[in-house]
Design a protein around this ligand. Structure first.
Ligand SMILES: *Cc1c(COP(=O)(O)O)cnc(C)c1O
Length: 401
């Protein structure tokens, strides 16, 4: 019987911030089309532009550089799809240089779009990562050249939390004459993100990963950078994304970033402490584990642990019975039995990758919840290992690189 409800799956999605919810409920009366010229339309337009200003300010951009889209996935698809735009109306000369560089640990919406583009004529190169999930800048330097049009490297990894040095990467990319995109969905709202400091040309955000509503995201597109809409047919978003605006979602996103400005810093310090307690607790109480991700250059709220000889899905289901929500690999990959591509890229073997759990905490996570998890988890692992023929005590060493 569950004693407590503990949501440790914030990297999959976050609950609405109470302030966001309040504002969205009030705004449900507002139904005007922002493109209409009458008072209903003007009211909706004013709200959309107000939210645009808030999102822009939050990442240090100009309002005209923010394009509201339907999701983080759409923003990423839009950037990569510049490669198959052959219109000289969008891109002078009608084409970008033909090679895309990305990493082996991107979100599936980047990896699958890259694969699709490879079938449509683009050349795609994938950067490796080290055991902590960091890309190798020397390998990047070797890949850059005058054939490369775009580099896409995520700022914070959703599965293991590892951060990349986007500022340095962007400098290298610009020196080679290519454009730089970062999927910052897991970073924005958890740490200060300033597009001018980073220097990037494109940056992806999603509202539902930072206590805003689902189904709305934004793409930062630096002024003067080539662009081609993924969705055509209207003048919305300065002609950059057709379709009547998701006014309610956009307004919620604006309120969400406003609340992040107030709460983020203090919260991250608290979460880092919770993570350290959780990590130490697991290390002390459970043998034969492997902590994934970078020990310091990582999201404060994300802890990914592999448990030798145990299926991650079993752990997830047992924890769920105790009222605790976690995830294996990434939510998008669940439903498939393939081990996480991120963990495999860090050199963890398939067996250990199968036994990994992501704990991702958030603004309502408490020490009491961490303690409850630390009480509940060791006997679960013990129970599964006792039933397993795959677990040999002390067998961890052979399983990691
Ligand atoms: C969740 C996520 C996405 C996708 O965002 P959606 O708004 O859910 O489409 C993209 N990249 C990363 C790193 C994510 O965590």
């Amino acid at each position: 019987m569950a004693e407590m409800k503990v949501y440790f799956d914030h990297n999959a999605t976050t609950p609405l911030h109470p302030e966001v919810k309040k504002e969205m409920i009030e705004a449900m009366e507002m139904f005007g089309n922002p493109s209409s010229m009458h008072s209903w339309g003007r009211e909706a337009r004013a709200n959309v532009e107000d939210a645009r200003g808030k999102v822009a300010a939050f990442i240090g951009a100009d309002e005209r550089e923010i394009v509201f889209v339907g999701s983080g996935s759409e923003a990423n698809n839009t950037v990569l799809s510049l490669f198959v735009c052959a219109s000289s109306q969008c891109i002078p000369g009608g084409k970008l240089r033909g090679t895309i560089i990305t990493t082996k640990i991107e979100h599936p919406c980047v990896l699958e779009t890259s694969e699709c583009l490879a079938h449509r004529g683009a050349r795609v190169k994938y950067l490796d990562v080290d055991q902590y999930g960091k890309i190798d800048l020397d390998q990047l330097a070797g890949m850059l050249g005058d054939d490369v049009g775009l580099v896409s490297v995520m700022m914070a990894n959703n599965e293991i939390g590892t951060l990349q040095d986007i500022e340095t990467i962007t400098k290298m990319v610009h020196e080679s004459g290519a454009f730089m995109h970062t999927d910052a969905v897991q970073a924005v709202g958890k740490m200060p993100v300033d597009v001018r400091k980073l220097g990037v040309d494109f940056l992806t955000l999603s509202a539902h990963k930072m206590y805003g509503p689902k189904g709305v995201g934004a793409l930062f597109v630096k002024k003067g950078i080539p662009y081609c809409p993924l969705i055509r047919g209207g003048h919305q978003e300065f002609g950059r994304r057709a379709g009547t605006e998701n006014t309610l979602g956009i307004l919620g996103m604006g309120r969400a970033v406003e609340m992040r400005t107030l709460e983020m810093q203090e919260e991250e310090e608290r979460l880092l402490h919770l993570k350290q307690v959780l990590r130490r607790g697991i290390e002390e109480r459970i043998d034969d584990i492997h902590v994934n991700g970078h020990p310091t250059d990582a999201l404060a709220s994300t802890l990914n642990v592999s448990f030798m000889g145990v299926e991650g899905e079993s752990i997830l289901l047992y924890l769920d019975l105790q009222g605790i929500a976690v995830s294996t690999g990434s939510a998008c990959a669940s439903g498939s039995l393939d081990p996480s591509h991120v963990l495999l890229a860090t050199g963890v073997n398939a067996e250990l990758a199968h036994g990994s759990i992501r704990f991702s905490m958030g603004r309502e996570s408490s020490m009491q919840e961490v303690e409850y998890l630390l009480d509940v988890l060791p006997p679960i692992i013990q129970r599964i290992r006792n039933m397993s023929t795959a677990y040999i005590k002390g067998g961890l060493h052979a399983a990691t690189r």
